[in-house]
Ligand binder design. Structure first.
Ligand code: SF4
Ligand code: SF4
Length: 339
């Protein structure tokens, strides 16, 4: 499996150290757990081979209390340059815009994030919550959570649409719930080694190298998708069939490399029989779906999925689906296990 940025950068000489600060807002810490499991490159590689100096990370730092306050003050007074600010979690603005629900050293954390974002050369949002609000920002959003430069699919967010970091880039969004660890470490390597301008972003500021293709690319069930053969019951995921027609799989509408860059280098949700729930898209977690309809494809006309693969015309797709199912070869209907 090609490792996109890492393979291009592994031979580079590291010319300078890049100071990185990781701030945690409103979130479950899942992206940190994911990050610590990175393999290509690992977190240790970031430090030992790619010149990243982690100034502070809440799960890794030895400093606490006044030591952290002193470090933060040194950054804000430009005594220590800040190259990369990583934000995990939402910016909590409640109650009533004060930010008092989430305090850090006697200040609303939202003020720290604002200050650091305007000091940093690059700002990277890791995980859905930091990118666009994720689960905490879902209505009724009691903490008044917001993403750095988006609220769900709407541009603006906490920093505003026009925000640019000191190096002139918008926030680099690495979504996911959590983000795959290697997406994070590979982008950090690219930024730290002076290749940030080569990280082409899509219209949602996600690195195209990871988010240009659909989750479906590389799924081992694609042949069943083509012949419209479903897995009928939830929990029969290791059996033949595609999870789109009955189980609500969002693989054809979600941008992620989950079937190209495997999780734990082993597998993916859809390969293992779990429908993709679209966690790299701004509308995740799709709570507008009616209760009891998660993992269940919503239908029109009895058997045609309500949502069709992105870019398809619903009517043409329905006709194509009916024809494909009618002429599906015998092997596609045989009872067998998928790899
Ligand atoms: S299981 Fe999901 S990702 Fe895989 S082929 Fe079917 S719809 Fe696509
Ligand atoms: S398969 Fe879908 S839900 Fe699962 S991690 Fe990938 S994008 Fe997210």
């Amino acid at each position: 499996m090609p490792i996109l940025w890492f393979s291009k950068l592994a031979h580079l000489e590291v010319e300078k150290v890049a100071n990185l600060l990781w701030i945690h807002g409103g979130a479950c810490n899942g992206n940190t757990q994911s990050f610590l499991n990175a393999e290509e490159p690992t977190v240790v590689d970031l430090v030992s081979d790619f010149g990243i100096n982690i100034l502070y990370h809440h799960s890794l730092a030895m400093e606490f209390g006044d030591q952290v306050r002193h470090l933060f003050d040194q950054i804000l007074s430009d005594e220590i340059p800040l190259d990369i600010l990583v934000v995990e979690g939402t910016v909590i603005q409640g109650p009533n815009g004060t930010g008092h629900y989430d305090m850090l050293m006697d200040r609303p954390k939202k003020e720290w994030i604002w200050n650091f974002a305007h000091k940093a050369q690059y700002v990277v949002a890791v995980g859905d919550c930091a990118c666009w609000g994720g689960i905490p920002a879902t209505k009724p959003n009691p903490t008044e959570s917001i993403g750095l430069q988006y609220l769900k699919g709407e541009r603006g967010g906490f920093l505003g649409s026009d925000f640019r970091s000191k190096a002139g880039l918008p926030v680099i969004n690495i979504p996911g719930c959590p983000a795959h660890p290697d997406w994070v470490t590979q982008i950090l390597v690219a930024v730290a080694t002076g290749r940030a301008e080569d990280v082409l972003l899509d219209e949602l500021q996600r690195p195209q190298t990871f988010f240009k293709t659909f989750t479906q690319t590389g799924c081992t069930r694609v042949q069943y998708f083509e012949w419209k053969e479903p897995v009928e019951e939830f929990g029969q995921g290791t059996r033949k069939g595609c999870l789109f027609y009955e189980q609500g799989c969002r693989g054809p509408m979600t941008h992620s490399p989950c079937n190209r860059i495997l999780w734990n280098r082993q597998s993916s949700k859809t390969r293992a029989g779990m429908p993709c729930i679209g966690c790299t898209e701004p509308q995740f977690p799709f709570f507008d779906l009616a209760p009891g309809t998660v993992f269940k494809t919503q239908k029109v006309l009895g058997s045609i999925p309500k949502e069709v693969p992105q870019g398809s015309d619903p009517l043409s797709y329905s006709v194509h689906a009916a024809m494909a199912r009618a002429v599906a070869p015998k092997w596609a209907k045989e009872d067998m296990f998928v790899p």
